[in-house]
Design a protein around this ligand. Sequence first.
Ligand SMILES: CC(C)(COP(=O)(O)OP(=O)(O)OC[C@H]1O[C@@H](n2cnc3c(N)ncnc32)[C@H](O)[C@@H]1OP(=O)(O)O)[C@@H](O)C(=O)NCCC(=O)NCCS
Length: 155
Amino acid sequence: MTDAEWVWSDDGVNFHTRKWVRPEDLNANGSLFGGSLLRWIDEEAAIYAIIQLGNYRVVTKLISEINFEASALQGDLIEMGLRATHFGRTSLTMRAVVRNMITRQRILTIERIVFVNLDADGVPAPHGYRDITYDRDRMPHEHPDTSSIRLPGDH
Ligand SMILES: CC(C)(COP(=O)(O)OP(=O)(O)OC[C@H]1O[C@@H](n2cnc3c(N)ncnc32)[C@H](O)[C@@H]1OP(=O)(O)O)[C@@H](O)C(=O)NCCC(=O)NCCS
C-alpha cells in the first residue's frame, strides 16, 4: 500500500485527532493502556455527536464489541477516526477506527458507538438530522450551561 492509499483507507473514516502515547497512558506491560484509549474515543465521539446533532446534551448509550488488533508503545503517534453510520430519531451511531501512525497497524475498530440526543430534562429528544455535515453549520453558539443539565429522575 502506498503512503497516500494508507492515509485515505478505512472507508470514509476521517482521522481528526492524533495522540502522542505518554508514560501515563501505559499498562503494566509497557504498551498503551486500553482504558486511556477508550477515554479518548468516548470524548472524540461526544465531540463528533455534538457537531453532528448541534446539541451539547448527548450521552453515550452503547459501545459495541471492541477488538484490540494491535497496540502502541511510548512515543508512538496514534490517530482516531469516526464516521456516522446511522442517524436514528434520537440517536446517532458511529464507527470508530484507531491506527498507529508509526507501525501503520490498526489498533482497534468499534463497529457501533451509539449516542443519544437529550432535552433539558435528560429525556431522549428527536434531533431532526438524517445525514453527515462536513461544515460547522450545526455547532451550538453559546457556552454549555452545564449547571442546568439534569438526569432522568433528578428533579
Ligand atoms: C440515554 C438514555 C436517556 C436513553 O434512555 P432509553 O430509555 O433507552 O431511551 P429510548 O428507549 O427512548 O431510546 C433512545 C434511543 O437510544 C436507542 N437505544 C436504546 N437502547 C439501545 C441499545 N441498547 N443499543 C442501541 N441503541 C439503543 C434507541 O433506539 C433510541 O434511538 P432512536 O430514537 O434513534 O431510535 C438512558 O439510557 C440513560 O440516561 N443512560 C445513561 C447515559 C449516560 O449517562 N451515559 C454516559 C456514561 S455513564
